[in-house]
Every structure is written in C-alpha cells, then in structure tokens.
Design a binder for this molecule. Structure first.
Ligand SMILES: Nc1ncnc2c1ncn2[C@@H]1O[C@H](COP(=O)(O)OP(=O)(O)OP(=O)(O)O)[C@@H](O)[C@H]1O
Length: 358
C-alpha cells in the first residue's frame, strides 16, 4: 500500500500546504489545535476539493488538480470514524454494522461480520440501540461499521477526543488490535501525545498548515520540534523493547531495550512479547552520580547526546542509554548547576513509563 498526498488549499486566512506518503500501518496527523490536521484529513476524504494537489492510493489517482481529476468522496472507498460516533438511532447495533456493508463493492474482500464483532468486543451489544450504549461502545460500533464497508483506507479524526479517560483506556486496546490484525492503512488525527505514542507507526507533525516533521513515531515524538509544536510537557521518548521476565508476585514486567532493562508495573503480559514504551520527558530527572536509596525502579546510566533549549527556562536533554535515546526535560538552571554538556555521563531517573503491547 502506498498513499501519497500533496495538498495546497486556502481556507479563509488559513493556508494548508502539506503532503506526506505512507506505506501502510497507522500514520498520525499530529499537531496543536488549529494546525490543519482535520483540514488535511477532509481533503484526503474528498470532503473538500483542494485548490491544488494530488492524492494517489496504490497508483489510483483520486485527485490531480493539474489533470482536473477529482474522484468524489463516495467513490473513494474510504472508511471514516469521527469524534462523535454518528450511529443511526433507529437501528440496532447489528443494523448499524450491516449498514456499512451497503457501501462495499460486491467484489470487495469484506471482513466477516463475526470477525469484526469479535475484534471490537461488541458481541453482547448487537441487539441494543445506540441510545443505550456508552460513548466508548458507540465508538467501537462506528469503527465496526467503517470496517464492514471494506475500506481501502480508514480515516479517523480524533476518535477518542469526546471520551473520558476511562473510556479512552477501554477503547485503545481495540484500536491496537485493529492496527495489528487488519491490513487496512489508517490515517489518524490526534493532538494527544500518549495516543500517538501507542498507536502510530509514522507521525506527520503539522504546524500552521505545514509539515514540520515526518518520520517514525520514536523519532518525531522525541524531536525538539515536537516540543515547539505541541504542549511541551507531553514530549518524550518512544522506545521499542521485548518482555524478558514477569515477576507476578510483585506485578512487575521487565522490558529489554537495546542495551538496558526497564521495570514496569504490568502482569497482563508474557515473556517474549514485543512492546513499546513511552517515557514523558517531564517524568525523567537527571543525576551526575549514581543515586542511592531512591524509590524509582528505573535508573539508567547513559551519556548526554544533545541539549536543546526552548528559550523559556527549560532544556531537553537527550541521554544515550546503550543505544536508546531517553529525553529529560529539566530547568536550564538545573542544567547549569549540574554542568551538563554533551559527552557527560549521567543517570536518568525515570518516574513513569507507559507500556504498550504490540
Ligand atoms: N471553512 C473554513 N473557513 C475558514 N477557515 C477555516 C475553515 N476550516 C478550517 N479553518 C481554519 O483552518 C485552521 C485549521 O483548522 P483544522 O480544523 O484543520 O485544525 P486542527 O489541527 O484539526 O485543529 P483541532 O485539533 O482544533 O481540530 C483553523 O485556524 C481553522 O479556523
């Protein structure tokens, strides 16, 4: 699968001039409010006709303004999931799900109804009406409906934004399964770092209608550009690892990274499983000597690779811990007091680690 997008479009005083390519998996369009994420997604969906641009999916030209090609929305065979589930209130869950099938071409390879129901854990809801579902359940049904339309591409616009934290946590594992068990490429709009850290393979970072950075999730989420484009407090490191041990009595799993081990509270996991971990930079402290008598489970020795200043009294220090880049966001004053500089040996004290199975 190859998706190539290039859009230039004026919306009032806002100018969208952005493009990216994706080879499948989850591509997150990420950036602060008003950066143009939804506008770009709407252009891909065919909801707006761009002033200039080209959109090609697997050699199929959907938009090429130079050649006056514009395939209308309903002929693109894309699935959509919005912030609000937008289910039909008069139809049962089952009716809402099968409605999606009407849009699947006869010869399309449609996911089986049973498989989608199982994937999203909505078996017990089939006879209910949307009014009797929680926000998270509604969203799972909306995703199911989109999947059953045999989409070539799934477009998701902040599908968790309207849910409270508990519902978000409930639905995230289903989105992970969707990513891992279906081959459908997904373009996912979000402004939440932790969501992108868990779900995305590639990140397109938008700022003021332009692409500021594009690349693997681990690179973009730790980039100093990210700290300029979104809430700085959320920036951090995304690292890939494998579970090497699970201490069930203490409910702690050990994750092996490139050259270091992390201990993470979790027992719903088995040794051998590949995981990704997200470490927010604000939850990392630095020490120049090996700290003793601390409650933190994870203290990693490393060498300072880079220091970036945000000009507002804070610095982001990148520490190379045996091949894994861990970022710490600390005050510039602490940096001066500790005489931090590239090449110096430090200990990164990690307060929290979020674990995602994959
Ligand atoms: N039809 C329109 N006419 C004029 N301006 C528009 C129109 N649609 C969007 N804009 C402006 O374009 C900019 C980008 O909006 P967009 O909704 O794409 O951003 P976003 O990154 O998705 O933001 P959010 O996270 O808040 O949804 C905003 O400044 C918005 O006000």
């Amino acid at each position: 699968m190859t998706l190539s997008v290039e859009i230039r479009h004026q919306l009032g005083t806002f100018r969208l001039d952005a493009g990216f390519t994706s080879e499948g998996g989850v591509t997150a369009l990420f950036g602060r409010s008003g950066s143009g994420k939804t506008s770009l997604l709407r252009a891909i969906a065919g909801l707006v006709r761009p002033d200039e641009g080209r959109i090609v999916l697997d050699g199929d030209i959907l938009v090429d303004t130079k050649r006056k090609i514009f395939v209308p929305k309903h002929k693109r065979r894309f699935g959509y999931v919005f912030q609000e589930a937008r289910l039909f209130p008069h139809l049962s869950v089952s009716g809402n799900l099968t409605y999606g099938r009407w849009f699947a071409p006869r010869d399309a390879e449609t996911a089986s109804f049973e498989h989608v129901v199982d994937l999203l854990g909505i078996d017990a809801l089939l006879d209910r009406r949307p009014a009797n579902l929680s926000g998270g359940e509604k969203q799972r049904v909306a995703i199911g409906r989109a999947l059953l339309s045999a989409p070539r591409l799934l477009l998701m616009d902040e599908p968790l934004a309207a849910l409270d934290e508990e519902r978000k946590a409930e639905i995230l594992p289903y989105l992970e399964r969707l990513r891992d068990e279906t081959k459908i490429p997904i373009v996912y709009v979000s402004h939440a770092v932790h969501e992108v850290a868990r779900l995305a393979d590639r990140v397109v970072l938008l700022n003021d209608g332009r692409v500021e950075a594009i690349g693997a999730v681990s690179d973009v989420l730790s980039s100093p550009l990210l700290t300029a484009a979104v809430d700085r407090r959320e920036a951090g490191s995304v690292l890939m690892g494998t579970i090497v041990a699970v201490d069930r009595p203490h409910r702690i799993a050990t994750v092996r990274l490139n050259g270091r081990d992390l201990h993470v509270p979790n027992t719903d996991i088995d040794a051998g499983q590949a995981v990704r971990v997200h470490i927010p930079a604000r939850d990392v402290m630095l020490a120049t000597g090996k700290p003793e008598g601390l409650s933190a489970l994870n203290i990693l020795q490393g060498t300072i690779a880079k220091i970036a200043s945000d000009g507002e009294g804070m610095i982001t220090v990148e520490v190379d811990c045996g091949g894994d880049a861990v970022h710490a966001r600390i005050t510039a004053l602490s940096g001066e007091r500790l005489q931090l500089h590239p090449g110096k040996t430090v200990f990164a004290i990690i307060k929290t680690v979020a674990l995602d199975t994959r």
